[in-house]
Design a binder for this molecule. Structure first.
Ligand SMILES: N[C@@H](CCC(=O)N[C@@H](CS)C(=O)NCC(=O)O)C(=O)O
Length: 239
């Protein structure tokens, strides 16, 4: 059964401006599972209201991690099957760090603290294809929603320089873990690599810079890992 992946459109040379969508599309390409992609326009019609989501066997499923678990289980573990239990534990822990902690620093940068508001508005326009007059209103609404989420999480209650330091520490931990290895585990990319490249790509490939982008760009091994994964999975976009 062909999987239909619903996600945002590619932007700024990245397969997706959402790290969750990019991770899942990368997983699908690594797995060889037959799939097609539909671009989301307008409201996200998934059970959680979030992207990405898939339709498979007549069922609609949300959450990139749950979707990958389901596809691994139903397709004979094509991507993470060779990992030991300890490696699975490490992979999950790092993915949680990227998606539940570093992600918030990334969105802080994107929606709340862009150094260049004009670039942010252009980004929003490109991302959602909005008419110009709506962009400032949507930018304010998006920032308000992200602020609320970051406050509930707790990270948003810190001063900006502390938020940057927290994100930079996560990136450094990822660089230390990867070391000079080609992939996170063994000789083939796994879901960890999909998540890592989606995270690093999404930190670096936006139209503005800030302490997180500057610190991340200095980690040559992470930049090279992103480029390696792009060449392998998205040759049509790789430099
Ligand atoms: N845990 C979810 C997170 C998905 C998520 O937060 N997606 C964002 C885009 S990066 C989204 O759809 N945001 C829209 C919203 O919150 O209304 C996953 O792994 O799929």
């Amino acid at each position: 059964m062909v999987v239909t992946l619903y996600q945002f459109k590619p932007l700024y040379g990245l397969p997706n401006p959402s790290p969750f969508c990019m991770k899942l599309e990368t997983y699908l390409r690594l797995s060889g599972i037959a799939h097609r992609v539909e671009t989301i326009t307008g409201r996200i019609k998934s059970p959680t209201g979030k992207a990405p989501f898939i339709e498979v066997d007549g069922k609609v499923m949300s959450d990139s991690g749950l979707i990958i678990n389901h596809l691994e289980a139903t397709h004979g573990h094509p991507v993470d099957g060779k990992l030991t239990l300890a490696e699975r534990a490490q992979s999950l822990a790092f993915q949680r760090m990227m998606e539940e902690h570093l992600y918030w620093v990334m969105v802080y940068k994107r929606w709340i603290d862009p150094t260049d508001k004009a670039a942010q508005r252009q980004y929003l326009k490109d991302l959602l294809g909005l008419p110009s007059f709506l962009v400032p209103l949507i930018a304010i609404a998006a920032a308000r929603g992200i602020k609320k989420g970051m406050n509930a999480h707790g990270i948003g209650r810190h001063a900006p320089d502390v938020i940057w330091r927290m994100g930079i520490a996560d990136v450094q931990a990822l660089a230390h873990f990867l070391g000079n290895r080609t992939w996170g585990f063994g000789d083939a990319p796994t879901t960890f690599d999909a998540c890592l490249a989606a995270t690093i790509g999404n930190i670096l490939h936006t139209p503005w810079t800030n302490p997180l982008t500057v610190a991340t760009a200095k980690h040559g091994s992470l930049v090279a890992h992103f480029e390696r994964l792009m060449a392998r999975c998205f040759p049509e976009l790789a430099k």
